[in-house]
Design a protein around this ligand. Structure first.
Ligand code: ADP
Ligand code: ASP
Ligand code: MG
Length: 403
C-alpha cells in the first residue's frame, strides 16, 4: 500500500512531537507500506516568520514573503528526515523544487497545477520514507509560491491523487471533524463520516480543520480522506462522497472571523455597475462572498459584500481608484469587526425551517443579523464579531448537535 500522511504544525511543534510522528510513520513503513509524509512548519513558525517580515517591511512583496514562508516547511521536513535516520530508517526530505510541484503564478495564493512524481517514486522504490514540504510550490518563473494558509492539506491530497495512493490521512491536534470547532463549542461531537460537499462548505466557511481546496481536490479526484489526531489513536472522521448514515439535518456549525464587510453606497442604478465593481476586485484576485444589493432609489443603489479581513484594505483601495471613472458612488465603508456564522447540512435541502430555527436561536440570545446568505446546504449570517462564541453555542444547541 502507498499511504500519504500529513501532519500539521502542532503535531511537529517540538523534538518530542517530531519523534512521535517519526515513530508513527515508521510503524506504517515497517508493515511493508510505502510512506509519503507531508509536513507543515513547526508550531506557529509561519506566524513567526510573517511577524518578522512585517517588522522589517510592512509592505513586503508577496514574492519575498513566499521565499521566507517556505523555509518553515523546509525546516520541519529536514528535521523529520534526521529524526527517522537517527532511528535507523532511510528517509529523505524533498521541497517543492526537488519534487517539482508546479503552481500558478499567484504568490501567497497559488494553485497546484501539476506534480512530477518521478523523484518520489524513485525514492520509494529505494525503500525510503519520503518527506515532502506542504504548503509550497514553484511557478513558471522558478520562484517559490505558497498555497494559502493551511495549504499543507492540499499538498497532501494532491500528492495522494498524483501517486494514486491507497490512503490519505490528515493528522492534526483534534480527534477529527466535529459538529463545531471543539475549542469554541465545548460539547461539539466528533463525526464518524462527512460528505465532501458538507466538508467543503464547512471548510470554506471557516472550519480550519481542513484547507477548503484540499476538500475540493479530494472530491474531484475521489481521494478518500481520514482526519484524525496525531496525539492518540482514536478513529478519526472519514471524508467521502456518500455517507451511509441516517442523514442529519445539520452536520455542523462554522464561524469565520477573518471577515470584513464593505458597503459601496450611492452607486449608479444602471446595467454593468455590479459587473464593473466585482470585475475590478476579481482582477486583483480578491474573493467576494455574501453580496447584498439594495433596492434602487433616486437613480442610485448600494452594494455591500464581504471579503477576507486581510484583503479589505486592498479592496477599498481598488474601489477608490475607480471612483472618478467606472465606479461613481457617494461613499465606501468598511466594517472589520464582523464574523460569519454558518450552519451546514445536506439534510436541509429537503427540509424547510432550518434558517428560521437558526435565526430564532440568534434572536433568543439578542444577536442582530447584519446580512444573510444561503445555498442548498447552508445558511450563513453576518454578525458582530464579539457575539461569535455565544452564537456558535446557541445555534449548535438549537440543532441538538451536542454530545
Ligand atoms: P493543523 O496544524 O494540524 O493543520 P489546524 O489548526 O489547521 O491544524 O486545524 C485544526 C484546528 O481546527 C483544531 O485545533 C480546531 O480548533 C479547528 N477546527 C475548526 N473547526 C473545526 C471542526 N469543525 N472540527 C474540528 N476542528 C475544527
Ligand atoms: N504552515 C502553513 C500555515 O501555517 C501551512 C499549513 O500549516 O498547512 O498556514
Ligand atoms: Mg491546518
Amino acid at each position: 500500500m502507498l499511504i500519504v500522511k500529513k501532519f500539521g504544525g502542532t503535531s511537529v511543534a517540538d523534538k518530542e512531537r517530531i519523534f512521535n510522528v517519526a515513530r508513527r510513520c515508521i510503524d506504517e513503513y515497517s508493515k511493508g507500506n510505502d510512506v509519503v509524509v507531508v509536513l507543515s512548519a513547526m508550531g506557529k513558525q509561519t506566524d513567526v516568520l510573517l511577524a518578522q517580515a512585517k517588522d522589517i517591511n510592512p509592505n513586503a512583496s508577496k514574492r519575498e514573503l513566499d521565499m521566507l514562508l517556505t523555509t518553515g516547511e523546509q525546516t520541519s521536513v529536514a528535521l523529520m528526515a534526521m529524526a527517522m535516520n537517527s532511528l535507523g530508517i532511510p528517509a529523505i526530505s524533498l521541497n517543492a523544487f526537488q519534487v517539482a510541484m508546479h503552481t500558478t503564478a499567484a504568490y501567497g495564493n497559488a494553485r497546484l497545477k501539476r506534480i512530477d512524481t518521478d523523484r518520489i517514486k524513485n525514492e520509494l522504490a529505494n525503500r525510503k520514507i519520503v518527506i515532502v514540504t506542504g504548503f509550497q510550490g514553484i511557478n513558471q518563473f522558478d520562484d517559490y509560491t505558497t498555497l494559502g494558509r493551511g495549504g499543507s492539506d492540499t499538498t497532501a491530497v494532491a500528492l495522494a491523487a498524483a501517486l494514486h495512493a491507497d490512503a490519505c490521512e490528515i493528522y492534526t491536534d483534534v480527534d477529527g471533524v466535529f459538529t463545531a470547532d471543539p475549542r469554541v463549542v465545548k460539547n461539539a461531537r466528533k463525526l464518524d463520516a462527512i460528505t465532501y460537499d458538507e466538508m467543503l462548505e464547512l471548510a470554506s466557511l471557516g472550519a480550519g480543520v481542513l484547507h477548503n481546496r484540499s476538500v475540493e481536490m479530494a472530491k474531484k479526484y475521489g481521494v478518500q480522506l481520514v482526519v484524525r489526531s496525531s496525539l492518540n489513536t482514536t478513529e478519526g472522521t472519514v471524508v467521502k462522497e456518500v455517507v451511509n448514515m441516517e442523514k442529519m439535518l445539520v452536520s455542523g456549525v462554522a464561524c469565520d472571523k477573518n471577515t470584513a464587510r464593505i458597503a459601496v453606497i450611492g452607486l449608479e442604478d444602471q446595467p454593468g455597475v455590479a459587473f464593473k465593481l466585482f470585475n475590478h476586485l476579481a482582477n486583483h484576485n480578491i474573493n467576494v462572498d455574501i453580496i447584498l444589493q439594495s433596492v434602487g432609489r433616486d437613480g442610485t443603489k448600494d452594494i455591500s459584500f464581504t471579503v477576507a479581513e486581510d484583503a479589505a484594505d486592498e479592496a477599498v483601495e481598488i474601489i477608490n481608484r475607480h471612483r472618478e471613472g467606472s465606479l461613481k458612488c457617494h461613499e465606501v465603508d468598511v466594517e472589520k469587526n464582523v464574523a460569519k456564522v454558518s450552519v451546514v447540512g445536506a439534510g436541509m435541502m429537503t427540509n424547510a425551517g432550518v434558517a428560521a430555527k437558526m435565526f430564532e436561536a440568534l434572536y433568543d440570545c439578542g444577536v442582530n443579523i447584519k446580512q444573510i446568505s444561503t445555498s442548498e446546504i447552508r445558511v450563513t449570517v453576518l454578525i458582530d464579531e464579539k457575539y461569535v462564541d455565544v452564537s456558535m453555542n446557541a445555534v449548535h444547541d438549537a440543532f441538538s448537535l451536542g454530545k
